[in-house]
Design a protein around this ligand. Structure first.
Ligand SMILES: Cc1cc2nc3c(=O)[nH]c(=O)nc-3n(C[C@H](O)[C@H](O)[C@H](O)COP(=O)(O)OP(=O)(O)OC[C@H]3O[C@@H](n4cnc5c(N)ncnc54)[C@H](O)[C@@H]3O)c2cc1C
Length: 492
């Protein structure tokens, strides 16, 4: 295999490393001969994450970006040494969890050194009294959850990518699990962190239920997307494994009435672990066998916890749905979701048919949630080449929602897959901003959204870039993501 046969998508900023063999021998001194590689096959394996356009590229013989070295450190000190070396040599470093990110966050667009966190895979301690688990950041999500379940606990963080994502990746992208309405998102679950800063310093944020000790610096790294530090260890909240579950589903005449029902449930401080609203397009797609769903909006609920609590949550959930024009559909739709919730093959089956497909999640308050939903679908449907659009809503707060859009289409003649993809994204993001929403709910920024960050944050983005510069003066850690740097590596 020859890497030169692939066309590189992001090639403008690629760093030329002059004395590769010198760097290689320094990496060998830090890591030993088994924990790094420069083999083409490894370089190719780390040239992408799970960004869906990557499937289209693969078919066309294109690759997002190549790293120069792949490393698998085993200790925090080794990570610190790699970062010190990278600063001396001005080489980019890209932390890599399991590559399930969907915005290009782990793609080595500048080349450099990949730090794969795979060997940081241990559960270190479960404290049953404090209800905490401490684990290394490279641990696979399913392995962590299975370990907890075997001891009678759950972390409550169950993303659809549970089998293919890591604890560090969740923290880096501010992830949200399917059961998040009860247990919270990753930022609600993390209580303590260990991070290696870009210059190599190792810092530990103590595990504490809450503190009033000035600005909470640790929060900077939740959502840092591997640009401000490498997370090596974290302590998470855990909960006793639920004693009972109630499965409930209702259909509604419109997206507005479904929103009203959920909003009124949450106002009562009732938190079903899972709430999913499927718009009428997704309802038709997921539940074609149920007559009552035709042209309707389905909501599934899953309440869990102690028996008494679940009974109360079920009662109030049902009351609110009925009062807001809901028609009960039983347990079937929830059982269907439980069986299929980790199945994602339909998205990867489209590129061979030249279809460009992607999903995109955004956030908004309740008062403009319906507006964001309608405006985005309208803008997307007016876009030439788009064949389908739909949405579901699976993350809720008493104050607002995260809406998850899907689009698919075929680029018009003369437009490349990538251009079409970028334009579909930009159309959606613009519609969200116009309607007062936020450009990302839980997939992060990565490459796909970085050019919208100034619009999203306004002048605060200047401060964000200054923070990056203080922590990473040589801009070695995951360059090209989040900030769209205004300075180059090594320029102080
Ligand atoms: C089918 C599918 C379903 C998904 N479902 C969900 C879902 O339900 N909820 C959700 O939130 N997301 C979901 N995602 C997106 C993805 O799984 C998350 O973004 C996840 O958090 C990425 O974890 P990862 O370990 O794969 O990280 P990677 O993709 O390897 O990396 C993501 C980013 O994190 C950085 N990073 C990784 N590890 C570290 C570390 N230890 N320290 C510092 N930075 C690090 C990388 O540099 C990169 O910027 C889904 C993705 C797919 C493909």
């Amino acid at each position: 295999m020859d890497l030169k046969q692939f066309e590189l998508i992001y090639k403008e900023n690629r760093v030329k490393i002059k004395d590769k063999s010198n760097i290689e021998s320094k990496l060998e001194t830090i890591l030993g001969s088994n924990n790094y590689s420069t083999k083409d096959i490894d370089i190719l394996a780390y040239s992408k994450d799970s960004t869906l356009i990557g499937f289209n590229w693969e078919i066309e013989g294109k690759v997002a970006g190549f790293a120069d070295f792949i490393t698998w450190p085993e200790t925090v000190e080794q990570i610190s040494e790699i970062l010190k070396l990278a600063n001396q040599e001005k080489i980019p470093v890209i932390p890599y969890g399991e590559g399930s990110g969907v915005v290009g966050g782990a793609i080595p667009i500048y080349g450099g050194i990949i730090i794969d966190m795979k060997k940081f895979n241990k559960v270190l301690v479960i404290n049953e009294k404090n209800l905490t688990v401490t684990a290394e950041a490279g641990i696979n999500g399913m392995n962590l959850e299975r370990h907890l379940n075997a001891k009678g606990f759950t972390s409550g963080h169950i993303p659809q990518s549970l089998y293919t994502s890591s604890l560090g990746g969740w923290i880096a992208h501010r992830a949200a699990g399917q059961f998040s309405t009860k247990y919270g998102k990753i930022e609600d679950i993390i209580l303590g962190l260990e991070v290696v800063l870009p210059l190599g310093e190792i810092i530990n944020f103590k595990t504490i239920a809450r503190a009033s000790t000035g600005p909470q610096l640790d929060k900077l790294f939740i959502g840092g997307e591997g640009t401000l530090g490498v997370v090596t260890k974290a302590t998470l909240k855990i909960w006793p494994y639920p004693e009972k579950r109630a499965l409930i589903s209702y259909v509604f005449p419109s997206i507005e009435s479904s929103f009203d029902a959920v909003r009124k449930i949450l106002r009562e401080q009732i938190y079903p672990a899972v709430i999913r609203i499927y718009d009428k397009f997704e309802t038709a797609r997921h539940f074609p066998d149920i007559d009552a769903v035709k042209d309707k909006v389905m909501i599934i609920f899953l309440c869990e916890g102690t028996s008494q609590l679940v009974d109360l949550e079920e009662k109030i959930t049902k009351e609110k749905c009925t009062r807001n024009s809901g028609i009960e559909c039983g347990k079937g739709p929830v059982e269907h979701w439980l069986e299929t919730r980790f199945r994602v093959t339909e998205t990867s089956s489209m590129p061979p048919y030249k279809i460009v497909f992607d999903t995109l999640e955004v956030a908004t308050l309740w008062d403009n949630a319906a507006e964001v939903y309608h405006l985005v679908l309208k803008s997307m449907n007016e876009f030439k080449g788009v064949l389908m659009t739909s949405a579901h809503v699976s993350h809720f707060y008493p104050n607002g929602v995260g809406i998850y859009f899907s689009f698919g289409g075929v680029p018009p003649k003369g437009t490349s897959d990538f251009k079409f993809y970028q334009e579909c994204w930009d159309t959606t993001i613009k519609a969200v901003l116009d309607a007062g929403g936020s450009i990302a709910h839980h997939h992060g920024i990565g490459i796909n959204r970085s050019h919208w960050m100034d619009k999203e944050w306004g002048v605060a983005m200047k401060t964000m870039r200054q923070i990056k510069k203080v922590l990473d003066p040589n801009n070695i850690l995951n360059p090209g993501k989040i900030y769209l740097e205004t300075w180059k590596r090594g320029e102080n």
